[in-house]
Design a protein around this ligand. Structure first.
Ligand SMILES: C[S@@+](CC[C@H](N)C(=O)[O-])C[C@H]1O[C@@H](n2cnc3c(N)ncnc32)[C@H](O)[C@@H]1O
Length: 182
């Protein structure tokens, strides 16, 4: 079956992850992406502003017997206070956590700060996946801000791709992929 954007977001990162890699989950939520990264990287730094996200994620990691993730209860816009080494792979899942307070959403301004900080720390050959959910109020503004920012990245330094359903009704999530070239 054709790959969904969420699956491609993982496959894209899996290709560059190994036991030496540092990875970042910028939007921890229920911890699905943190678990995925922790299974493949040396160390993962994960961020969320909700206590519930840290609880769910630490439970998920404990069930898998993984201890190589650092969970930070703070916004991803502060990630450089915790991550100073080069990043091999990073993921963002924008929007809200379905099982929680739907008014707590990622915001364009802080999302862009965090994306810029990740790109500054990305290794050559390192990759970033951004899953864009934009069906909620304010989601459109964030989608446009992220696309505008990514489109302006210099092509000598970054390769960028968009993976998006074309005939699905409503506002299906889509994927933006970035790789640092030099
Ligand atoms: C779509 S959910 C993430 C889903 C998650 N990746 C998973 O596997 O379940 C978006 C998450 O971003 C979090 N969030 C909102 N603002 C944030 C910020 N400034 N920094 C980090 N996380 C933030 C929300 O609390 C929410 O848990």
């Amino acid at each position: 079956m054709i790959k969904r954007p969420i699956h491609l977001s993982h496959d894209f990162l899996a290709e560059v992850l190994d036991s030496e890699a540092l990875a970042v989950d910028a939007t921890m939520g229920n911890g699905h992406d943190t678990l995925f990264l922790a299974q493949r990287a040396k160390l993962v730094h994960a961020f969320d502003v909700q206590e519930q996200a840290l609880e769910k994620t630490s439970q998920r990691l404990a069930e898998a017997g993984l201890t190589n993730a650092r969970l930070h209860l703070t916004g991803h816009e502060h990630l450089d206070e915790f991550v100073t080494e080069p990043i091999r792979a990073a993921i963002f899942n924008l929007g809200y956590l379905p099982s929680a307070d739907k008014s707590i959403i990622t915001q364009p301004q802080t999302t862009l700060i965090a994306i810029e900080k990740v790109l500054n720390l990305l290794e050559v050959g390192g990759r970033l996946s951004i899953m864009i959910y934009y069906g909620h109020e304010g989601g459109d503004v964030e989608k446009d801000a992220v696309l505008d920012f990514i489109q302006k990245l210099p092509q000598e330094d970054f390769a960028t791709m968009l993976y998006k359903p074309l005939n699905q009704i409503n506002t299906p999530p889509f994927l933006v992929m970035v790789e640092r070239l030099k």
